[in-house]
Every structure is written in structure tokens, then in C-alpha cells.
Design a protein around this ligand. Structure first.
Ligand code: ATP
Ligand code: MG
Length: 331
């Protein structure tokens, strides 16, 4: 249903330079699937999401690439057509900070009702009823639809934002870190709710997260982002059991202990690549324990291994050796 081809996103800076936040991403997402998008802070996850739903910051733009959604290249649509036909109707987003998704001066219910009525010809009463039902499904007391956003706790705002994202029954929902900053019990409940709603509404979800335990639980596929590129993409089992990219191998450390909080990816030493002055070579080479001269000099191309397992690494075909070495390093 969604296919990104060589997508680039840049942010212009005041000094004339530009941040290449997404730098040639090609991935696809099938219908009824949950795709986990993981990667450390600054790797371009939110930028990729916002480019799809066209909510980039003012200084951001898409200089190159295609976003094919059910056969339409979204980059070719006018803003007007996009707002009218795509956003909320077809593709919706739960932003990284849910509170920011609501306008503080209107009640949460009014905003959901307005979203529904902007796109569908229904009465106010019917729209309200739908909002109440969604609240109920998401475990919020429907009586609270007349509350203002600030009256909601973080977890409730997150759920209300999911209600807003679902109110027009979109085919694709992008949820950006929907559980960060929430306590573990609420996190689990929200994710379970997302999974249930995905089954019920038969929508696809792109779930952005730092938390590896999250993706392994509920996602079908995982795309690993590093320095503005997707460096590895496969089904969840493959990513966990047979990763080929050294960055993903490094993340594996975080898998066994899914009970522990703070499974951030920042445990891999070193700093991410400079996105303003991109250099030739693999962006991970400076942090990679397996980097060779080739890695420093030549940017790796995406290579497909068995069955949709795509990796950007010169040494990806030495999986067994690298896994063995990574294990030795751990002990
Ligand atoms: P996080 O996990 O912290 O949310 P992320 O993977 O979502 O990180 P992005 O927010 O997409 O990362 O940012 C990617 C890069 O683009 C970062 O280097 C960030 O500083 C930069 N960036 C984001 N927004 C802008 C902007 N409006 N102007 C300039 N640079 C930006
Ligand atoms: Mg982000």
C-alpha cells in the first residue's frame, strides 16, 4: 500500500546549509501490517513520518524521491488535494508529543467532531457519538469528551490522539513514539489497544519507537534507521534472530532484557554522522567494529537477501562471522 523510493528530506538552515535528515530511503509496507521504525535519536524517524503525511516543519522539503500510496505519488499532489483526500481520511498520525496534536483552546471532543465533519457529511450529534464510542474503545470515560486538552493526563492525551487518528477510519496510521514518557503499564495497554484496533479497523501502522521490546512484541516488520537511511529491513523474527547489519547486531544487546526500562539505542558508543556534510562511505563506519577500507570509502547499496531482507552493509554476507565476533565482544 505504501512504497517509498529513494526518498530524500532536507531542512534548510539559516546559514545556507541543509540538514539531510532522510537520505535515500526505499521501503515498502503491505496492507494490514505493523511496521516498526527504530533507530537512535536524530536518525530521521519523525522526519520520514512527517514527509509522508506532509507535516514537515516550514524549512523542510522533499527534493527527491517518490511516496507511492495505493498507486498515487503523494509528492505530486497539491497541498489542497492532500488535505482533502489524504490526511486523516487515508493517512493519519499520532504525533511524538500528543499534547501538541491538540489545539489548547477547543475541547478534545470538539476537535474530533470537527475532524470528522470536515471530511464527512454527518450531523454533529452523530460525530459526537462516534467520538464517544472511540473514547470508550480506548478506555477513556466518554463523559470527558468536553474536557480541554490540558485537563488530560499524558496517557489520556495519547489515547485521545489515537482516537482522533482513528476517527475517519484511515488505512494507514503513523504513530510516533506513542508510548514514550508513559509508565510501563500504560505503555503496554496503549500498544495492546493499537494492536486490537489495527485488527478491527484493518489498517496498517507505522510505529516509531526507541524501545526495541515494543517492536518485537507487536510489529510484523522492522526497518532500522541510521543517519537518515534505512540500513536494515526485514520481518521481526529475522531482525531479532538473524540481523545482518552491525548496527542491528549492536541493538541485539537490548533484546534479552525486555523487562528493563530505558532500552534506548544509545548504548552503541560513538556519534551519528554529520547530516549537513555527508561524506562518502558507510555512515556507520566510524562506529562499526567491523569496518574495512571499503566501508570508509564506498557508500553501501541496499542488497536483498532471502525474502525481503534488505541490508545496506558491505559485510552483510558475513553474517555468521560477524554474529560470532559480536558475541565475543559482549562477553
Ligand atoms: P528522535 O528519536 O529524537 O525523535 P528522530 O529519529 O525522530 O529523533 P528527526 O526528528 O527526524 O529524528 O531528526 C532528524 C535530523 O533532522 C536531526 O539531526 C534533527 O536535528 C534534524 N531536524 C529535525 N527537524 C529540523 C528542522 N526543522 N530544522 C533543521 N533540522 C531539523
Ligand atoms: Mg522523532
Amino acid at each position: 500500500m505504501l512504497e517509498l523510493t529513494d526518498l530524500h528530506v532536507e531542512y534548510e538552515m539559516e546559514d545556507g546549509g541543509s540538514v539531510k535528515a532522510v537520505n535515500g530511503v526505499s521501503i515498502s509496507l503491505e496492507e494490514d501490517k505493523i511496521l516498526g521504525l527504530i533507530g537512535e535519536s536524530g536518525s530521521g524517524k519523525s522526519t520520514l513520518a512527517k514527509a509522508i503525511i506532509r507535516l514537515l516543519a516550514k524549512n523542510g522539503h522533499v527534493p527527491e524521491g517518490e511516496i507511492d500510496y495505493k498507486g498515487t505519488d503523494l509528492t505530486e499532489l497539491s497541498d489542497r488535494a492532500f488535505r482533502k483526500e489524504m490526511r486523516w481520511d487515508e493517512i493519519s498520525m499520532v504525533p511524538q508529543n500528543a499534547m501538541n496534536g491538540f489545539d489548547p483552546v477547543y475541547t478534545v471532543g470538539d476537535q474530533i467532531v470537527q475532524a470528522i465533519r470536515t471530511h464527512e457529511d454527518v450531523s454533529k450529534a452523530d460525530a459526537r457519538e462516534r467520538a464517544r464510542e472511540l473514547f470508550e474503545q480506548l478506555g477513556i470515560d466518554p463523559g470527558r469528551i468536553d474536557d480541554y486538552p490540558h485537563q488530560f493526563s499524558g496517557g489520556m492525551a495519547q489515547r485521545a490522539m489515537i482516537a482522533l487518528a482513528l476517527c475517519l477510519d484511515p488505512s494507514l496510521i503513523i504513530a510516533d513514539e506513542p508510548t514514550t514518557a508513559l509508565d510501563v503499564v500504560i505503555q503496554d495497554r496503549i500498544l495492546q489497544t493499537l494492536r486490537d484496533l489495527q485488527t478491527e479497523f484493518q489498517s496498517s501502522i507505522i510505529l516509531i519507537t526507541h524501545d526495541i521490546s515494543v517492536v518485537s512484541d507487536i510489529c510484523d516488520d522492522i526497518a532500522v534507521m541510521y543517519g537518515g537511511r534505512v540500513v536494515e529491513h526485514a520481518d521481526v523474527g529475522t531482525i531479532i534472530k538473524e540481523p545482518r547489519h552491525p548496527y542491528t547486531l549492536g541493538l541485539r544487546n537490548a533484546f534479552p532484557d525486555i523487562e528493563e526500562d530505558d532500552q534506548d539505542l544509545i548504548s552503541i558508543p560513538g556519534t551519528p554522522p554529520d547530516l549537513v556534510d555527508l561524506e562518502e562511505g558507510c555512515g556507520f563506519a566510524p562506529r562499526c567494529p567491523f569496518a574495512t577500507d571499503e566501508c570508509w570509502d564506498v557508500t553501501p547499496e541496499p542488497t536483498e537477501y532471502d525474502d525481503g531482507h534488505i541490508v545496506e552493509c558491505h559485510r552483510a554476507d558475513e553474517q555468521e562471522l560477524l554474529t560470532e565476533k559480536a558475541k565475543q565482544k559482549e562477553t
